[in-house]
Design a protein around this ligand. Structure first.
Ligand SMILES: NC(=O)c1ccc[n+]([C@@H]2O[C@H](COP(=O)([O-])OP(=O)(O)OC[C@H]3O[C@@H](n4cnc5c(N)ncnc54)[C@H](OP(=O)(O)O)[C@@H]3O)[C@@H](O)[C@H]2O)c1
Length: 321
């Protein structure tokens, strides 16, 4: 079968001769119609991820056909019994377990869910990893309630856009940051109340003038920007962190944290119950995921390059079969 694989250290390639998987006990075969990229795939392809094995079929997001059903795959495998923390043998689909950048994938039967009826395969595959991470960040960790003011940083990202769409559907007033004015504009078209470009000096001050202070911040970057964002928090705010590509946070003020009673919460992926709740909300609120672009499986390398360059607004989708 056709697949896009990590063949060796920092070596990804399209192949036509990968063996079609055979479903093991408790697994089902899914004909993947569309996959989508996450930054995880790019980190792995650059060797910047723990426990990399070769060869691997990458890809955590998938929608397709399973035993005649239109399905979407939950890539969060083996979370375990404690909703607060994943089990020791927890896995994310797409390395080491073979992923969705292929014509077929063998998936634990329990991770198969009905595709929301209002979405195409290409829209549905934009849901899983980013949507699940955002759902847990906004609702389980962030405890969002209607009418609250939310800041989502780096709105061009897959998780960030999901966080914005879910928070808007939950009745929040949402502000965003981005390094690109065009992405700020697109976010406003989708319902963001305002936003600032984090490449401009004094962006945090401009943000405070524009929005006041935030009850909830969803951040996937870390770094100096996160220290600035803490100064934009309302008393009692929650700051939920799901990524840290910009590195450690310098000059974190303990006084600011304790006097304003600010909580910083880490989050990763989510439980099966959160995945089901996400799909229910997507269907009930008729949320349409933002698809940035669609590539053929043969052109997946170009899709990786687009994500690595940070050019996308929303999910980069790969048509697989
Ligand atoms: N913990 C988890 O379970 C989990 C799950 C998913 C992702 N992640 C991590 O979260 C990060 C984002 O993942 P993704 O898949 O959403 O990636 P993505 O689609 O490639 O998005 C990355 C985004 O980061 C934003 N960004 C870059 N520099 C920034 C800065 N200085 N300040 C604020 N934002 C900045 C960019 O936003 P603009 O283009 O708008 O500037 C960019 O779109 C990655 O590090 C990933 O590994 C973690």
């Amino acid at each position: 079968m056709k697949a896009f694989i990590l063949a060796d250290k920092e070596k990804v390639e399209f192949r036509e001769d990968m063996p079609k998987p055979v479903a093991q006990a408790d697994e089902v075969l899914v004909q993947i119609r569309a996959a989508a990229l996450n930054h995880r795939d790019v980190w792995i392809s650059k060797g910047l991820y723990p426990g990399i094995v070769f060869p691997s079929i990458l890809g955590s997001d998938g929608a397709g056909i399973c035993e005649g059903r239109e399905v979407v795959i939950n890539p969060s495998i083996g979370w375990g019994a404690n909703p607060a923390i994943q089990a020791k043998d927890y896995q994310i689909l797409g390395m080491p377990r073979y992923g969705t950048l292929a014509e077929w994938s063998a998936i634990p039967a329990a991770q198969i869910y009905d595709k929301p009826a209002h979405l195409s395969m290409e829209e549905a595959t934009a849901i899983p990893l980013a949507g699940l991470t955002a759902y847990r960040a906004v609702f389980s960790k962030g405890q969002l309630t209607a009418g609250q003011k939310v800041l989502v940083t780096g709105i061009g990202g897959g998780v960030a856009l999901w966080a914005m769409q879910l928070a808007l559907a939950g009745g929040a007033e949402v502000y965003v940051t981005s390094g690109h004015d065009a992405k700020l504009h697109k976010a406003k078209v989708l319902g963001a109340h305002g936003g600032v470009n984090y490449r401009e000096s004094d962006w945090a001050k401009t943000l405070r003038q524009q929005a006041g202070s935030f009850d909830l911040v969803i951040d996937g970057a870390g770094g100096e920007g996160l220290a600035q964002v803490l100064g934009c928090c309302a008393p009692g705010a929650r700051v939920v962190v799901y990524g840290g590509g910009r590195g450690a946070v310098p000059q974190l003020s303990p006084q600011l944290l304790f006097w304003k009673q600010i909580s910083i919460l880490g989050t990763s992926m989510g439980t099966d119950a959160e995945f089901a709740a996400l799909l229910e909300m997507v269907s009930r609120c008729q949320i349409k995921p933002v698809v940035d672009s669609v590539f053929a499986l043969e052109d997946t390398a170009a899709a990786f390059a687009r994500m690595a360059a940070g050019e996308q607004f929303g999910k980069i989708v790969i048509r697989t079969s």
